[in-house]
Design a binder for this molecule. Structure first.
Ligand code: FMN
Length: 216
C-alpha cells in the first residue's frame, strides 16, 4: 500500500491490519542466541546506515533469534539486558510484526508471545516498504514500570532506552548484511489499538529489518 493511500486511510480511521496467511502460533520459542562472531565493532560502525529497500524473504530462525537477543536480550544472570534503561526499570517492550501475527518479545524466556493474530506490518508506518519487509519492530514504553522515574522525565528516558535498542539493531544489521531503519513517522494510535495496548503503554518508534533488496 502506498504512502498516500495510508495517509488517507489513516485520516479516515480505516488503516487496518491484513489477515494472516497460514498458521499463527500462540508462542514462538527462539533457538538459543549465538553470542559470538559478527564483525568487529569498529567495522560494524563503518557499515551502519539506514536502508529503505527490503527483500521480502524471512530471516532464518537462528538469525532472528540473534537479532532479538542483540536488540534487548538478557546478557547477565542478574537479568541485565543488552541495552540500558534508567534505574534499570526495563520499561521498553519490543513487539514484532510478522506475516503470521504480532508478538511481544519475552527476554527472560527468549521467546515470543502472540498479541494479535493479524499481519500488522503495514500499519507500523506510513512508508510503503514496511508492508513487505519480513518484520517490523515496535518499541513500546510501559509507564507502569517507571514509578521511580519523575513523571516529567518518563517519556524522554524511555525514548533514550528505545534509541539504545535501535542502535543495537543497527549494529547487528550492519554486522550481518541486513538492512534496517528506525522510524518515527507512524500512527501511534492505530498501532496501539492493533496491539491491544493499555493506557500505561506508549508506542514510541518502529524499526524495519530485513535483507536488502537485490539490485537488478
Ligand atoms: C528519531 C528518529 C526518527 C526517524 N524516523 C524516520 C522515519 O520515520 N522514516 C525514515 O525513513 N527514517 C527515519 N529515521 C532515519 C533517519 O532518516 C536517518 O537516520 C538519517 O537520514 C541519517 O541516515 P543514516 O541513518 O543512514 O545515517 C529516523 C531517525 C531517527 C533517529
Amino acid at each position: 500500500m502506498n504512502t498516500l493511500t495510508k495517509l488517507v486511510l489513516g485520516m479516515m480511521g480505516q488503516l487496518r491490519p491484513k489477515p494472516v496467511k497460514g498458521d499463527t502460533a500462540t508462542s514462538i520459542s527462539l533457538p538459543p542466541p549465538e553470542k559470538h562472531g559478527g564483525l568487529p565493532l569498529m567495522e560494524a560502525l563503518v557499515k551502519r546506515q539506514s536502508s529503505r529497500d527490503f527483500a521480502p524473504d524471512p530471516l532464518p530462525m537462528q538469525l532472528f533469534s540473534n537479532l532479538l537477543w542483540a536488540a534487548y536480550g538478557m546478557n547477565r544472570s542478574d537479568g541485565g539486558r543488552t541495552s540500558p534503561s534508567a534505574l534499570n526499570v526495563q520499561e521498553i517492550d519490543i513487539f514484532v510484526a510478522l506475516p503470521s501475527g504480532a508478538y511481544r518479545y519475552d527476554a527472560k524466556g527468549h521467546e515470543l508471545h502472540l498479541v494479535a493474530s493479524s499481519d500488522l506490518r503495514r500499519i507500523t508506518g506510513y512508508q510503503d516498504f514496511v508492508d513487505e519487509a519480513p518484520l517490523d519492530l515496535v518499541y513500546v514504553a510501559d509507564h507502569s514500570r517507571m514509578n521511580l522515574v519523575p513523571v516529567g522525565q518518563r517519556e524522554s528516558y524511555a525514548s533514550v532506552a528505545a534509541g539504545a535498542i535501535s542502535q543495537n539493531v543497527y549494529l547487528f544489521a550492519a554486522s550481518n548484511g541486513l538492512a534496517t531503519v528506525i522510524r518515527a513517522w507512524i500512527d501511534r494510535t492505530v498501532i496501539a489499538d492493533a496491539l491491544g495496548l493499555t493506557h500505561d503503554q506508549q508506542v514510541l518508534l518502529s524499526q524495519t529489518v530485513g535483507y536488502p533488496k537485490a539490485v537488478p
